[in-house]
Design a protein around this ligand. Structure first.
Ligand code: HAM
Length: 417
């Protein structure tokens, strides 16, 4: 027996309706916000993520599924959706389409992390990316779309936390302050933080080591170093969130785990699913497109993990509508009537009605038992009498009532009952 790889999950037939519900709701929200679907390959050239996500991030340093294909090219399974979306934008010349370009995706992602509740090696994201606008209205719209997704799904108790990590101008000042603060403490910090000190001190704030976290707690806060433009942008994002009734908390410690962010960053955090409580994260990334070789194009987006959304929904008792059960099961008693059942079911299906017949050569009694197990709403047996009269006795399994319905009226009857 070959088992499923560690950190991955099957979706079973009895559970897939939950996934479909989350995906359909995400698509519905995307439609309301006029976002158009994009699909990018599951693997890309490794360099895209190295340059896009950033060499100093855990994602690129430790977590990528990277391998050489048979042609000797280094490729990587996408650890997230933004870098691929940015590549698609540049490569297909979408900068010449009307701006902003509003896109969404549903995609599997792969990160070689230590699996635990809410942390998988293959997981799924619903993400949106809006290209072409530097205006705070866009940040607020993207955040409100995430907020709507959570509301629509009935995800309870998630808190929106926002921060601004500034632009390269204010970041340079902030990095200086961080270096001054961390320099005397470096000997007490982990090797990764020591390396990050030189490459990208902001990343130190993302360290999960207990000792480093203690030191980081009193580090200077980026909000005190924002330049006037970034300060103003952040203020406007906040007033636009207020205008839409979106509640938030400013958390100056959010820096996000990916290098491309500028200005607004945000996370929706749940306390209901353990240590991996961030169900949704995103922010603005005004320099990514140009860093990947495109014309300078500001952008903002987010991604929500579908597994984490489902976990919060299940842990907080959100209602997930079940799939429709078969409307009717047509049991056949002998060969002739079984043929009739197949013919009638084909006609019902052609009219969009979910109908079932026996595929297991079962006795009529066993067929009825099966119909009950699968929750068919109506059941009818077809035998000699029914073939002669051209009608069935259709039993409503919910209230036990039976009605005689002519073969040719079955479809109309089921459509109206
Ligand atoms: P991220 O915060 O790395 O951001 O991931 C977004 C979401 O994906 C997380 O909040 C979480 O729900 C889910 N997630 C991440 N890693 C795992 C994992 N190992 N197992 C299960 N779920 C996970 C991004 O990926 C950015 N691309 C978001 C973005 C889009 N920013 C701008 N546009």
């Amino acid at each position: 027996m070959i088992n499923i790889p560690k950190g991955t999950k099957d979706v079973l037939p009895s559970q897939s309706f939950k996934w479909q519900y989350v995906e359909e709701t995400a698509r519905k929200v995307a439609k309301i916000y006029n976002l158009k679907e994009i699909r990018t390959p599951v693997f890309e050239h490794t360099e895209l993520f190295q340059r896009g996500v950033g060499e100093t991030t855990d994602v690129v340093n430790k977590e990528m599924y990277t391998f050489f294909d048979k042609g000797g090219r280094s490729v990587t399974l996408k650890p997230e959706g933004t870098a691929g979306a940015a590549r698609l934008f540049i490569e297909n010349g979408l900068a010449s389409s009307p701006m902003p370009l509003k896109a969404f995706y549903l995609t599997p992602c792969f990160r070689y992390e230590r699996p635990q509740a809410g942390r998988l090696r293959e997981f799924h994201q619903f993400g949106i990316e809006v290209f072409g606008s530097k205006e705070p209205e866009t940040d607020a719209e993207v955040i409100s779309a995430a907020n709507m997704l959570l509301n629509e799904l009935g995800v309870n108790g998630c808190q929106l936390q926002i921060n601004s990590i500034g632009c390269p101008v204010c970041r340079a000042e902030y990095n200086k302050a961080l270096k001054e603060y961390f320099r005397p403490q470096l000997k007490n910090m982990c090797a990764t933080c020591n390396a990050r000190f030189e490459q990208n001190p902001l990343r130190i704030l993302d360290c999960k080591e207990e000792e480093c976290k203690k030191i980081t707690a009193n580090a200077p806060k980026i909000l005190d170093y924002l330049c006037p433009d970034c300060k103003d942008h952040f203020k406007k994002v906040q007033s636009l969130l207020k205008a839409q009734g979106v509640k938030y908390l400013i958390n100056p410690n959010i820096v996000r785990g990916l290098d491309y962010y500028t200005r607004t960053v945000f996370e929706f955090v749940s306390t209901e699913i353990g240590a991996q409580g961030t169900v949704c994260g995103g922010g603005r990334y005004d320099n990514l497109i140009s860093e990947l070789g495109g014309a300078p194009t500001p952008a903002v987006g987010f991604a929500a993990g579908l597994e984490r959304l489902l976990m919060v929904m299940e842990n907080t008792g959100a209602t997930i509508p079940e799939e429709q059960k078969p409307r009717v099961y047509l049991a056949g008693m002998d060969e002739k009537s079984r043929n009739k059942a197949v013919e009638l079911a084909a006609n019902l299906r052609a009219n969009g009605i979910n109908a079932e017949v026996d595929l297991m050569a079962r006795s009529v009694k066993a067929q009825f038992k099966y119909a009950d197990k699968i929750g068919a709403e109506f059941v009818a047996a077809i035998g000699e009498t029914e073939l002669e009269s051209g009608a069935v006795n259709l039993k409503n399994m919910t209230n036990g009532e039976s009605s005689a319905v002519k073969f040719k009226e079955l479809c109309t009857y089921l459509k109206h009952n």
